[in-house]
Design a protein around this ligand. Structure first.
Ligand code: PLP
Length: 390
């Protein structure tokens, strides 16, 4: 009978490797391609943060540290997140440090969900959300937000809860949003909080792009309004150009965090010491670092927007994150995958088809402007030549 047992956890059959990475690989096969594919800042981690990690290594900080994170880092996270949400998270029981926001999401979902629970996922969104929910044995419920400006409105949330009936346990929100660059207005966050409270649900609020906000946009957090029902997730990958360091964190009410911390202990034991030392530096002496990045991204997005609009791409001005989500010109008849493939093959520019981000994304492409000025300039030049020649 042993031979008949499946060798692989069947939950893994339900998920496929990231479409984004697969398409990036497709694009990378062409010589001399300029890529706007990944959410990967071209900027480097600030020097003072790197030095903090080096000092930590030199001080022989090479032993197991306390689970959930170094007390000094938990303290720094608590102080920083209070500034974002207004909520006082107890460093000793309501915060845990994770291996990037990805592990934070995985850990929170695994701690919260049982087989068969339903999780509302507004789309288009980072495709990993759907897969992470599937891995837990729960079911993602996609909600197309393309007809409400790529925002999940409280009305829409009510509608879905009603339609789905029992078993809707949580909603995942990403604000500012990857791939659309939208930010949620205050009244929408307040309205969503009301609906979540009314239905005794939970929010998994991924606010990893909250430092990258442009123009007069402001960031609002669900945690401010429903701290007892929100699992707040963030990290340093985007704010401090630290994608490769792998540092994220989770904050939430103590009862939920007891399980989240347990899950995190089992998964990783604890995050690498010198990475935590770098994070302490980032969240104490590096609080102004994101401003510098923000100014650079703002300049780049203005440049790209102007050029793309002239070519017939319809796009809302991104208010956050570092992505442009542009509707492709009419002559391509909404075939975003075909358009992105031809653009890679014939014009040597890599972008990601919008349909990879779930319902509502078809007919769009995502372009990351976390690439250098030179890359963006060259990409726009090639896109212009491609679109005008067709
Ligand atoms: N959440 C969103 C919405 C993202 O776009 C990304 C990365 O692209 C992540 C989380 C992952 O962050 P990390 O690198 O900290 O795991």
């Amino acid at each position: 009978a042993q031979d008949l047992l499946p060798i692989i956890n069947h939950k893994l059959d339900a998920v496929v490797p990231s479409d984004i990475r697969r398409f990036d690989k497709y694009v990378s096969q062409f010589d001399d391609v300029v890529k706007l594919t990944l959410g990967e800042p071209d900027l480097n981690t600030p020097e003072h943060i790197k030095q903090a990690a080096i000092r930590d290594i030199e001080n022989n900080d090479s032993h197991y540290g306390p689970q959930s994170g170094k007390p000094e880092l938990l303290q720094a996270i608590s102080k920083y997140v209070k500034g974002v949400t207004g909520v006082d998270y107890d460093p000793a029981s309501e915060i845990t440090v994770t291996v990037g926001a990805t592990e934070a999401l995985n850990c929170s979902l695994s701690a919260l969900l049982n087989d068969g629970d339903k999780v509302i996922v507004p789309t288009p969104v980072w495709s990993m959300y759907m897969q992470l929910v599937c891995l837990t044995g729960a079911t993602p419920v996609e909600v197309d937000t393309s007809d409400t400006g790529f925002i999940l409105t409280p009305e829409k949330l009510e509608e879905v809860i009603e339609r789905e009936g029992k078993g809707v346990k949580a909603v995942m929100l990403n604000d500012p949003t990857n791939p659309t660059g939208v930010t949620y207005p205050k009244e929408v966050i307040e309205g969503l909080a009301e609906v979540i409270k009314k239905h005794h649900m939970y929010a998994i609020s991924d606010e990893i792009y909250s430092e990258l906000i442009y123009g007069d946009a402001k960031h609002y957090s669900l945690a401010t309004y429903i701290p007892d029902r929100t699992i707040f997730i963030s990290g340093l990958s985007k704010s401090h150009a630290m994608t490769g360091w792998r540092l994220g964190y989770i904050c939430g009410p103590a009862e939920i965090m007891a399980s989240v911390r347990k899950m995190n202990d089992f998964m990783i034991t604890v995050v690498t010491n010198n990475v935590q030392a770098a994070a302490i530096e980032a969240l104490t002496n590096g609080l102004d670092d994101p401003k510098e990045f923000r100014d650079i991204y703002q300049r780049r997005v203005n440049f790209m927007e102007e050029g793309l609009k002239k070519l017939g791409f319809d796009m809302a001005l991104p208010r956050g994150a570092f992505y442009i989500f542009a509707k492709i010109p009419e002559k391509y008849q909404g075939d975003d995958v075909g358009f992105a493939k031809s653009l890679a093959k014939d014009a040597r520019v890599g972008v990601i088809p919008g349909s990879y981000f779930g319902a509502g994304g078809a007919g769009y492409v995502r372009m990351s402007y976390a690439s250098s000025d030179e890359v963006l300039k060259e990409a726009l030049k090639r896109i212009t030549k491609f679109v005008e020649a067709e």
